[in-house]
Design a protein around this ligand. Structure first.
Ligand code: GUN
Length: 292
């Protein structure tokens, strides 16, 4: 069983980006610049955004973190996005999700200039992805492609089963895996909460992408011998014995599923780290498109 270690794959992506940034700096040009907006103080979002900012530093990127109270007015948030859209010094903009209930997520996503949409959530970015046009691939699916590439996992002609149909992971992942790209050309089945015979479908999978957000949902009786399993889940589960009072659990019951797999991602230390790698790649791409 091959452990698809996100630390190793992400370090390789970051190393390449660092070299590119050094070349940019040597030519006297400004560094790529990511702006992140964080609303409220959701613990998980705080952690993710802090990791994104730290990773920018590691790669020689500039980053700006803009924080708002949980009670921020939607109009104020949209105005802040507009200011970033108009700021020539900013290459990429992300608004950390989830948002407070009183703010319309779709409105916020659509407010971001598609040329700075490094999360790849704008309908224009997704539309291009569906048509196989150059665009920003949403960070988590992009990270998974980079992981598959790093560990040389073959996908052509394989049956991939994606569990979950979110706009952020499941749906774009299903489209990418079926696309005519290096880490694509799969036959894809996308499963969700209304799917009948999920176990039987998963048993036919050469590749399983578990992205439904239910801790330890994928059990060994659902997995074919030799399958590749990609675990996108990162749920905080209360555990009084843990130092922080919680543990991070994936969507796959790792200890029982791993022995059946040819390759599997751990949680933590798998896809989560690759999401940031995908975001950084997109930020560099935005920089090169807009002022490279
Ligand atoms: N929340 C969970 N995943 C993501 C992501 O990839 N980007 C943003 N902006 N928010 C998220």
């Amino acid at each position: 069983m091959l452990l698809l270690d996100g630390k190793i794959a992400a370090a390789s992506v970051k190393e390449d980006l660092k070299k590119l940034t050094a070349t940019i700096a040597a030519s006297g040009k400004p560094a790529p610049h990511l702006a992140a907006i964080l609303i409220g103080n959701n613990g998980a979002s705080e952690t993710y955004v802090a990791s994104k900012v730290k990773s920018c530093e590691e790669c020689g990127f500039k980053s700006t973190l803009i924080r708002f109270e949980e009670t921020v007015d939607e109009a104020e948030l949209l105005a802040a996005i507009q200011t970033l859209n108009n700021n020539q010094d900013i290459d990429g903009i992300l608004v950390q999700l989830p948002l407070p209930k009183h703010i319309k997520e779709q409105k916020v996503i659509e407010a971001i200039d598609p040329s700075k949409d490094v999360d790849g959530f704008h309908p224009s970015s997704i539309g291009k992805l569906v048509q196989g046009l150059p665009t920003f691939i949403p960070a988590t699916p992009y990270g998974i492609l980079l992981m598959l590439e790093h560990f040389n996992i073959q996908t052509k002609g394989k049956h991939a089963v994606v569990i979950g149909r979110s706009n952020i992971v499941g749906r774009p992942m299903s489209i990418l895996l079926s696309s005519n790209i290096a880490q694509g050309n799969c036959t894809v089945t996308i499963c969700h909460s209304h799917t009948h015979n999920l176990k039987e479908i998963c048993l036919q999978a050469d590749i399983i992408v578990a992205a439904l957000g239910k801790p330890e949902f994928v059990l060994p009786e659902m997995v074919k011998e030799g399958a590749v399993v990609i675990d996108v889940g990162i749920t905080r589960v209360t555990d009084p014995t843990a130092a922080k009072g919680f543990r991070i659990k994936g969507d796959v019951h790792f200890s029982s599923v791993a022995p059946k797999c040819s390759a599997i991602t751990p949680v933590p230390g798998g896809v989560g780290l690759m999401t940031i790698a995908g975001l950084l790649k997109n930020t560099m791409q935005a920089y090169q498109n807009n002022r490279g």
